[in-house]
Design a protein around this ligand. Structure first.
Ligand SMILES: Nc1nc2c(c(=O)[nH]1)N[C@H]1C(S)=C(S)[C@@H](COP(=O)(O)O)O[C@H]1N2
Ligand SMILES: [Mo]
Length: 525
């Protein structure tokens, strides 16, 4: 008699997905206990970030902004679901190759984990566990694939065949139960691991219990005229929770300050090591510095201004005594990110600091806790290393930083720029008296004027707020009587040395965007 029943490919694909969810959950839970930094999703994501070409990073930032990491995790999840479904299909047709595919996928995680900077000894465990768990679950589910009735046409209608279909319905229910159960365990494990992760962040507790020393050199108070207080205009000092975040770290490095140290080495007379307690015992200085990302497009929001507390890097380099022909300092973070700063930017009189405080509190974890660099006048990618643990004194012709190997310029001085904040983008507004306002910056140089042009007319002088310093952005505003219709508003800044912001448009890569910020505004009656 011909075989009356067989299994459905759709069910096999679903089994694959459920098994993968189970494996992923197991991997995440195992990670919490044996290797918190090596969660399978995180290591695969980090590897993708590191191997992604520069344009991919730009596209991600352009599409998703600072939500680029969430987008990446969603992307990885989609790939995971696809591979899992395929594994299910293969296992149904050609066992045990579906199981093998699950293990290989876990192996990709192991490879990603072990090729990261500073991998832990057990970093291979979570991904391997994930692969093995997924394979076991798949084996179990495929064995329970329901047989579906595909009776040949001539058999239909016979009572005997009708009864033969019934066990299939029962086996369908069993399969469903197992599948849903397996997937649910996976999802619960994933959720549970992220809860456990948040709870076990001992470093968070250490940070919260911390009181930073009183600065030896306090910043002058923010001048009364620095904050125009216009609704929709970015505040002159950016609160920490509103400060943009850009980095390659999928999981924020957790560094216990008690275990932190900085090593200054390379082309130096004396190697210097500095511990957290030693750093805090030094006379710390406060300064306002506006940090900007090279990936900030004209008019973008990858920029913020904070009050930083830290110790001048120049003093530490002086202890190390750099060799005369050294021209670069390669700063390295615990997760392997590196930045190349020209040595003169760290040794001249500017406030290039090893920062421990941001707006009156210890650095938030995602902004580099416990210690980061802040260097006025340089884009973050060549200076603002977070979770910094190493300064290697070297030469531009000897060493290359993270983004330079990905096509970005080895040097990144911040370009003269200005931005319109109000009226807001695409905000329909009503005619009458209103205001145009924004910010302008060229760290280390300062701003002498901002000009505004409406509908290709004459450039008009905006009123500048009082700058906190030459290392910070400055707010500006200009009254505007808005008339009904569509308008084009442009702004451009003039630096303290008289340079007028160029109209030439250049992309963010390789060394920062240029061009005028412009906004189309519709004014209604
Ligand atoms: N460890 C580490 N530090 C880093 C980065 C990074 O990817 N890893 N990104 C840099 C870049 S490109 C910028 S613009 C600034 C952003 O600092 P923020 O996230 O505190 O705003 O950090 C810099 N420091
Ligand atoms: Mo950046």
């Amino acid at each position: 008699m011909a075989r009356a029943t067989r299994t459905s490919p759709a069910a096999a694909a679903v089994a694959g997905i459920a098994a993968a969810l189970f494996g992923a959950g197991v991997g995440e839970i195992v990670a919490v206990f044996v290797a918190p930094a090596a969660s399978p999703v995180a290591v695969i994501g980090s590897a993708l970030i590191d191997f992604a070409p520069a344009w991919a990073k730009e596209t991600a930032i352009a599409l998703f902004g600072t939500a680029d990491k969430i987008a990446l995790i969603v992307g990885i999840s989609i790939v995971l679901v696809l591979v899992a479904a395929i594994a299910g299909l293969i296992e149904r047709a050609r066992p045990p190759f579906g199981l093998a595919l699950m293990i290989v996928f876990g192996g990709v995680g192991v490879l990603a984990a072990m090729t990261r900077a500073n991998p832990g000894q057990l970093d291979w465990v979570p991904s391997l566990s994930a692969g093995v768990a997924a394979a076991l679950a798949l084996n179990l589910l495929i064995a329970r694939l329901p047989e579906r009735a595909t009776a040949p046409a001539e058999d239909v209608g016979s009572d005997a065949e009708e009864t033969a279909v019934r066990p299939a319905a029962a086996s369908r229910r069993t399969f469903l139960l197992w599948t849903v159960g397996t997937a649910a365990v996976g999802v619960l494990a994933t959720v549970g691991s992220s809860v456990a992760r948040a709870g076990s962040r001992a470093v968070t507790a250490v940070r919260e219990a911390l009181t930073l020393p009183t600065p030896a050199v306090a910043a002058a108070p923010v001048p009364a005229g620095a904050e125009l207080g216009i609704t929709g205009l970015d505040p002159v000092v950016t609160p920490n929770d509103r400060f943009y975040r850009i980095d390659t770290a999928l999981i924020v490095p957790q560094i216990d300050p008690a275990e932190w140290s900085l090593r200054i080495h390379g082309m130096v007379e004396n190697e210097v090591t500095l511990t957290w307690d030693e750093l805090l015992a030094l006379p710390l200085e406060e300064s306002h510095t506006t940090l900007a990302c090279v990936s900030n497009p004209v008019g973008g929001d990858l920029i913020g201004n904070a009050l930083w507390l830290g110790y001048p890097i120049r003093e530490l380099l002086a202890r190390a005594v750099p060799q005369a022909d050294a021209d670069m300092v390669l700063s390295r973070s615990i997760d392997g990110f590196t930045a190349s700063s020209p040595i003169e930017a760290l040794t001249d009189e500017r406030n290039a600091i090893l920062a421990v405080g941001m707006n009156g509190e210890p650095l938030p974890p995602e902004h580099g806790f416990p210690v980061r660099m802040v260097v006025p006048g340089l884009y973050g990618y060549v200076s603002a290393t977070k979770w910094v643990t190493e300064l290697e004194v070297t030469r531009f012709d000897k060493a290359t930083a993270y983004w330079t190997t990905r096509g970005w310029s080895e040097r990144g001085p911040i370009k003269l720029q200005s931005r319109i904040d109000v009226p807001k983008k695409q905000q329909g507004m009503s005619a009458g008296d209103s205001v145009i306002a924004g910010v302008a910056w060229q760290q280390q140089v300062g701003i002498s004027a901002v000009e505004v042009q409406i509908d290709e007319g004459e450039w008009q002088q905006a009123t500048l707020a009082t700058a906190i310093s030459n290392d910070t952005w400055v707010q500006w505003s200009i009254p505007w009587t808005a008339t009904v219709g569509d308008h084009l508003i442009r702004c451009r800044a003039v630096s303290a040395t008289g340079e007028v912001q160029t109209a030439d448009v250049s992309r963010v890569d390789p060394d920062g965007a240029t061009g005028w910020h412009e906004r189309f505004i519709s004014v209604f009656a």
